[in-house]
Design a binder for this molecule. Structure first.
Ligand code: WT7
Length: 577
């Protein structure tokens, strides 16, 4: 564990929305929180209403909702009123295409204004929105689109070809909408611009049951294909409240969440939560470059910034002089998510920005931040912080019993918080696997100290967090064995200073193939094409055999222990011991 030192921020530029955690947690009831979210008659609701229309119908109609800057440097801005009308138009486009409530509409789209608009329009139409990371290769795409049964896909010229490669294996896919000017109508594709122009800007929003599904998103576990984590409209209560209390969003803030909308952070805190607070957001569609990021903070006078430890480490590595060339004085609150935030990163940010990064912990499945450092609270360097009001958590043992304070074990949460996933799409059995007794088990191991601060220990399973992104070893192994030269493969996460972990593969070649650097490179390219750039093994070792259990399962634990020079532990189930 990290050496404990406590940091009290004496440079708060504003009174936090939550001035005192204990007071906010005392007598906290979700019923009270729900009252802050406008509903229709009979308790019906629609998250898109709370995110956009309440503001468009009120005093924020002409307030900027989004500054969008693309890779090409073109800047666009949209008010809440405009976002409301555009998403109405998209909802009408979906209705015209015959989309019904709870049908799935997916986007294989780079970050762009169209992505925000179509996501909201989908919710308005009562359908389920699903984003896809634009770097996905054909296997990654096929798994997700086939399982979700998406009926409509919104895509763009350069990505469309990847979709066509797998089009024939998607029986549920009815329509392809292409943004900008990339549509080939002779193939039956719809042109986004033409359809939007022809659609009415008036739409009678679908009034949903709070438990109806709003969005879904695929994530990885230790085994099997990626699973479709499904969220409900009711989650907006907590997404709103956590954006307000954790990101501390206030009316004059300019907020930037750096995550892609293909991941849950992008959806929940790069779209839903901050807009539910009526906050102006910046969306940047270009690549990571330290100078560019600082330039964005300066240009848009960003006040609240939500990013990830790998990005922070890359900024730290860039140069200490670089930030001095920019006016970053607008920044007043910084948050981080996705992987452990090193104390060095927090200390660095105090030096460079005058503000500490506040760690936040959550998961695709939890739908919003559950553990965090609040601006009102001293930070213990290296700790994830404390629970969100209304959340009950414990460190439990293998039988599901809570362990005493200070013990390391499985981090578990009492189910029932509003933004919790509702199911795994078409796979109730996999949903049930998350539970042990009365607890939702997160897959992380942690410790709670005497002051109620949570300390991250590691993953309890084989899931790999690389640059903050979550990769299942099974998916990488499955893709590897599809290569002609590969007989078998085992994949682990290997600790890495910059990326948290990198993906490392141990590969057994088929007879007749010879290990070489060229073959390594070829295999790496092959995986990039099938999965995505972040999911390829940066390191490959060719091996003669892989350790397996008697039932034939590759023992990743053993591969990892050997790689890291750790004790190999219990090998009683090993095949050839
Ligand atoms: C896993 C969830 C939803 C946020 C983005 C990631 C790891 C997340 C932290 C943190 C240490 C963290 C955990 C978690 N993680 N936040 N503050 N400190 N680890 O969502 O892709 O579903 O991954 O990310 O291992 O279980 P995700």
């Amino acid at each position: 564990m990290q050496e404990i030192s406590v940091f009290k921020n004496k440079n708060l530029k504003k009174t936090p929305t939550m001035p005192d955690l204990e007071e906010a947690s005392r007598d906290f009831k979700w019923e009270d929180a729900k009252k802050e979210i406008e509903c229709f008659e009979d308790g019906k609701m629609n998250a898109a209403w709370n995110v956009i229309d309440v503001h468009a119908n009120g005093e924020r109609k002409n307030k900027i909702a989004l500054y969008y800057e693309g890779d090409d440097g073109i800047i666009e801005k949209f008010t809440f009123g405009e976002m409301s009308e555009l998403s109405n138009r998209f909802a009408n486009v979906l209705k015209k295409l015959g989309i019904q409530r709870q049908d799935r509409v997916f986007y294989f789209l780079s970050r762009s204004p169209e992505l925000y608009v179509s996501f909201l329009g989908t919710l308005k139409a009562g359908a389920i929105a699903g984003t896809l990371f634009p770097a996905f290769g054909d296997d990654a795409l096929r798994d997700r689109l086939l399982d979700s049964g998406a009926k409509v896909i919104v895509t763009e010229g350069p990505l469309k070809e990847r979709l066509y490669k797998i089009r024939d294996s998607l029986p549920d896919l009815k329509h392809i909408i292409v943004v900008k000017n990339g549509a080939d109508t002779s193939k039956g594709e719809f042109c986004y611009n033409t359809e939007m122009a022809a659609a009415s800007s008036y739409f009678e929003i679908e009034k949903m049951n709070p438990e109806d599904y709003s969005f879904m998103l695929y994530t990885s576990g230790t085994t099997g294909k990626p699973k479709g984590v499904v969220h409900a409209h009711a989650g907006i209560v907590q997404q709103y409240l956590s954006a307000k209390w954790v990101l501390d969003l206030q009316d004059d803030d300019i907020f930037w969440c750096t995550a892609d909308l293909g991941w849950v952070t992008g959806i929940v805190y790069g779209l839903l939560g901050p807009w539910a607070c009526g906050t102006t957001q910046v969306g940047y569609g270009g690549r990571f470059k330290p100078e560019k990021w600082y330039e964005l903070i300066q240009r848009y006078k960003i006040t609240v910034w939500y990013t990830a430890p790998t990005a922070i480490r890359m900024l730290m590595a860039a140069s200490d002089d670089l930030p001095k060339n920019f006016d970053l004085s607008s920044l007043r609150h910084l948050c981080s998510v996705g992987e452990p935030l090193n104390p060095e990163g927090v200390k660095w940010s105090v030096e460079v920005f005058g503000q500490p990064f506040h760690d936040t912990w959550w998961q695709t499945e939890t739908g919003s931040i559950l553990i965090t450092n609040y601006p009102c609270m001293p930070i213990k360097f290296g700790s994830m912080g404390k629970l969100f009001p209304g959340i009950e958590a414990a460190i439990i043992d293998e039988a599901g019993n809570p362990l005493p304070q200070g013990a390391e074990g499985d981090l578990a949460i009492k189910p029932g918080w509003p933004s919790m996933m509702r199911t795994i799409w078409k796979n109730e059995a996999r949903f049930k696997e998350y539970f042990r007794g009365n607890w939702y088990v997160t897959g992380d191991t942690a410790m709670i100290d005497k002051d109620g601060y949570f300390w991250y220990v590691g993953r309890a399973d084989d899931v790999i967090k690389t640059s903050g992104e979550r990769v299942g070893p099974f998916e990488v192994e499955s893709a590897l064995v599809e290569h002609d030269a590969v007989a078998e493969a085992g994949v682990i996460g290997k600790p890495d200073e910059l990326r948290g972990n990198i993906i490392k593969a141990f590969v057994m070649l088929k007879p007749g193939f010879t290990a070489s650097d060229d073959l390594k490179k070829e295999i790496q390219q092959f995986i990039k094409g099938k999965l995505a750039g972040h999911a390829y093994p940066r390191e490959i070792d060719f091996v003669d055999s892989l350790p397996k259990t008697r039932s034939g399962k590759i023992m990743r634990r053993l591969l990892k222990a050997k790689e890291l020079g750790l004790p190999i532990g219990d090998t009683s189930t090993l095949e050839n011991d």
